[in-house]
Design a protein around this ligand. Structure first.
Ligand SMILES: Cc1cc2nc3c(=O)[nH]c(=O)nc-3n(C[C@H](O)[C@H](O)[C@H](O)COP(=O)(O)OP(=O)(O)OC[C@H]3O[C@@H](n4cnc5c(N)ncnc54)[C@H](O)[C@@H]3O)c2cc1C
Length: 423
């Protein structure tokens, strides 16, 4: 196993490189041609695949690994999401997994020597009715029983935290209160992909971009290779971490997954001065808002509601989302939108991820993250690496096996049944 630490990023390297007009920074990661064979091939160069490769090398000593990405690193949902990080879940299985992830986030910049700009600014859920208050309070109590931070905010506290929020009784949907997870927050999505890529590369992992997996070869009940547009690559084990393409890629190995692919849009306004210091969402209005460090308001809503791989959504969803945002923050009604985009979401039948073995030897799955997989990135990588190295699930991820759908052990936070677009 080769470990060649990259030149560390620090105040001193910044000053040194400033003197040479920033023209001598070393490359962050190599761009090798694929080898004919690897111990492990990970399909998908998003945050999950890159994190898994890094932890395979660092935690398990398996560095003869390739990450195969059909486009560019982070060009999938990793680079398209609204970056909210939280562990405010109702069910114990989800709490354990996402709290493991949140703890890894808290030291990730130091771990990777790469500033992922993790900002624990608090994740606030407002409520507009007694029914919503009961549901949020129940979740808050469950979190506290699980050892996770959660607090109630009175209207006065909420107003102090978000002065532009319309907390008046005249609001279209008057706000009655809120709950907050103060340790929740946001991070810089590209930096997460780049930080893991750089760290994995320094352990000897090959990161191969512009290389699409077009087939998965099997022999004797095991996977033996992937076919790609750059040739065949033999693999002892294969991990699939392709988010919205989970169904397509699993089908290459003859598997049919309980996943539907849907569109989710997000948008940013033009930048403004500091306006909102937390991440704030309203379940009733199907909208959430936070402010990026550049000053843009980052706004997201609900799924477009039909199956698609198109990576572009509809104006009606944008309009509905923005109507909700303006109802919360009337002051933004004249802001201009700069960009809107969509990602393709791997929605499962119970709204929880799938991580585990498949019936095919040496083939492992990380998918079905719905719209919550960015916050999962460190733990998903950690647990996928554990699974591939040991052929056994990590305890934090064990409940999320593919077999749970056959066994009837679904993990449904919303309890809405097998309706992927309703989770
Ligand atoms: C608009 C939007 C908002 C979101 N907001 C949040 C949020 O606030 N918080 C949160 O936690 N989550 C959020 N998510 C969800 C989150 O982005 C994803 O769950 C997460 O990024 C998935 O990461 P990944 O590494 O598994 O997938 P990706 O980043 O999508 O990476 C998968 C990679 O696999 C590659 N690939 C696909 N097929 C092949 C193939 N055949 N061969 C080779 N490579 C292939 C793709 O090109 C892609 O780069 C949001 C998503 C969207 C779209």
């Amino acid at each position: 196993m080769t470990f060649s630490p990259k030149k560390r990023y620090s105040i001193f390297s910044l000053a040194r490189n400033a003197l040479s007009y920033h023209e001598r920074w070393p490359e962050a990661w190599r761009s090798p041609s694929p080898n004919p064979a690897y111990d492990v091939v990970i399909i998908g160069g998003g945050g999950h695949g890159l994190a898994a490769a890094y932890y395979l090398a660092k935690n398990h000593g398996i560095a003869n690994v390739a990450v195969i990405e059909k486009g560019w690193l982070g060009g999938g949902n990793t680079g398209r999401n609204t970056t909210i990080i939280r562990s405010n879940y109702l069910l114990e299985e989800s709490q354990v997994f996402f709290e493991h992830s949140l703890k890894l986030w808290e030291s990730l910049s130091q771990e990777l020597n790469f500033n992922v700009m993790f900002s624990q600014r608090g994740v606030v859920n407002v409520y507009h009715s007694p029914q919503e208050m009961e549901a949020l309070t129940r979740r808050q109590n469950a979190m506290r029983l699980g050892g996770i931070d959660a607090e109630t905010l009175t209207l006065g506290e909420l107003k102090a935290m978000a002065p532009s929020l319309d907390c008046s009784p005249q609001a279209r949907f008057p706000i009655q209160g809120a709950v907050i997870q103060r340790r929740g927050g946001v991070a810089r999505h590209d930096a997460v992909a780049w930080g893991y890529a750089r760290a994995a590369d320094s352990w000897g992992v090959d990161i191969i971009q512009n290389c699409e997996v077009t087939g998965i070869e099997r022999a004797g009940g095991r996977v033996v290779a992937v076919e790609t547009n750059r040739g065949r690559i033999a693999a002892g084990k294969i991990g699939i971490a392709v988010a919205g393409h989970s169904g397509q890629v699993a089908r290459l190995a003859g598997l049919r997954l309980p996943i539907e692919t849907h569109l989710l849009q997000a948008m940013v306004s033009e930048p403004v001065k500091p306006f909102l210091s937390c991440s704030l969402s309203s379940g009733l209005l199907h909208v959430y808002v936070n402010q990026s460090d550049k000053g843009e308001l980052v706004i997201g809503g609900q799924l477009d509601g039909y199956n698609s791989y198109s990576q572009r959504g509809n104006f009606s969803t944008i309009e509905q989302t923005l109507a909700g945002a303006v109802a919360l923050f009337p002051a933004i009604s004249r802001l201009r939108l700069m960009r809107a985009w969509a990602g393709i979401m791997d929605m499962t039948m119970d709204g929880s991820p799938i991580m585990g073995k498949t019936d095919i030897g040496g083939l492992y799955l990380d998918g079905g993250w719905c719209y919550g997989g960015f916050k999962a990135t460190p733990a998903a990588g950690w647990c996928l690496a554990h699974l591939i190295a040991n052929d056994e699930p990590h305890p934090a991820a064990a409940p999320f096996s593919l077999s749970r759908f056959g066994d009837g052990r679904v993990i449904s936070e919303r309890g809405v049944g097998p309706k992927p677009n309703a989770h």
